[in-house]
Design a protein around this ligand. Structure first.
Ligand code: HEM
Length: 293
């Protein structure tokens, strides 16, 4: 049987991945892709939305008993009524869990609504920001506490917009070759580039502020597991940023002279960014439950 803290990290990973996928994909469809292209991408990425919404509900349902097992330091506490009701009624974790349960069920209920991307984007955006209500963002008090929560919320939203929207970028790139969608796909890529610059800048700025607020120093002491994982995360994000810059400033201009080659290079760069992004989420899942000191 795995230890409760490992199960908690895994459930956090599933929840983060589900909320980020739902937020990024529906945000791309609602705000980046022009109407007709948005509908086409929505149809082809329906399985992603269904999978993300289902995973959001399942990981939320699993979260509460696992949290109880963590607190009670045994799997028996996962089904212990009094532990569960104390968490639900008396802790911020319990209240955040209720909010997450309501939001993830609404996300699920919105599944049959084909053109509901804006609603899905808003619901999954709130799901993501609910992360800021628990964990290390909740450790400060007063004005500093409010600023920490707001900064964390902005951090996960910007990170979700960047990483989640990469999931549908290859589909958009493929449509550059389709005369029926070529103009729309070009305009989506232009919008994606502007919004992408903003999301990357925001995630880095809020990430630095998060580091200062949680750690009160730079993560350079590798005898601390927290600092080592955080430094690894920063290295992964640096890799993602390098790939994004290479796509934007080397391969996109190449589309004028060698379009087929450039599209393949941008697509491969996007897959590499997604792989690093998955690593970032795995690290964050553990960071949230480790002691930063
Ligand atoms: C693709 C880029 C990134 C993504 C997707 C991302 C995602 C996340 C997520 C989902 C959380 C968890 C929030 C929570 O559970 O409350 C988080 C927390 C955090 N992130 Fe990032 N992040 C990114 C980049 C960065 C960067 C560049 C830094 C530092 C310069 C950074 C520093 C932090 C810190 C310190 C935390 C708090 C961890 C804790 O709870 O102890 N992040 N990030």
């Amino acid at each position: 049987m795995i230890a409760p803290h490992v199960a908690l990290a895994l459930v956090r990973l599933c929840f983060d991945a589900a909320a980020i996928a739902a937020c990024g994909v529906s945000g791309f469809i609602a705000w980046i892709a022009p109407n007709r292209l948005g509908l086409a991408i929505a149809a082809s990425s329906n399985f992603l939305i269904v999978a993300a919404s289902s995973l959001a509900v399942l990981s939320t349902l699993a979260w509460l008993p696992i949290e109880a097992a963590m607190i009670g330091d045994s799997w028996q506490s996962a089904v212990d009524r009094s532990t569960l009701s104390v968490i639900l009624c008396d802790t911020a974790i319990g209240k955040a869990w209720l909010v997450r349960l309501a939001l993830s069920l609404l996300l699920m209920a919105a599944l049959p609504w084909r053109s509901g991307s804006i609603v899905r984007w808003a619901l999954s955006g709130f799901l993501l920001t609910s992360l800021a209500l628990t964990g290390h963002a909740d450790m400060d008090e007063g004005t500093r506490g409010v600023l920490h929560i707001l900064n964390d919320a902005l951090h996960v939203l910007a990170g979700g917009a960047w990483l989640g929207s990469l999931l549908v970028l290859p589909g958009c790139l493929a449509r550059l070759r389709d005369p029926a969608f070529c103009t729309d796909a070009k305009s989506a890529l232009r919008r994606f580039s502007s919004a992408g610059h903003l999301a990357v800048a925001l995630v880095i700025a809020t990430g630095i502020i998060n580091t200062v607020l949680v750690l009160r120093r730079w993560p350079t002491d590798f005898t601390s597991t927290y600092q080592m994982l955080l430094a690894t995360k920063v290295a992964f994000v640096a890799g993602m940023t390098g790939l994004a810059l290479m796509n934007r400033y080397i391969f996109v201009p190449r589309m004028l002279t060698q379009p087929d080659r450039a599209i393949i290079q941008i697509r491969n760069g996007t897959y590499a960014e997604l792989a690093l992004g998955a690593g970032v989420l795995a690290l964050v899942a553990f960071l949230g439950i480790l002691d930063p000191t």
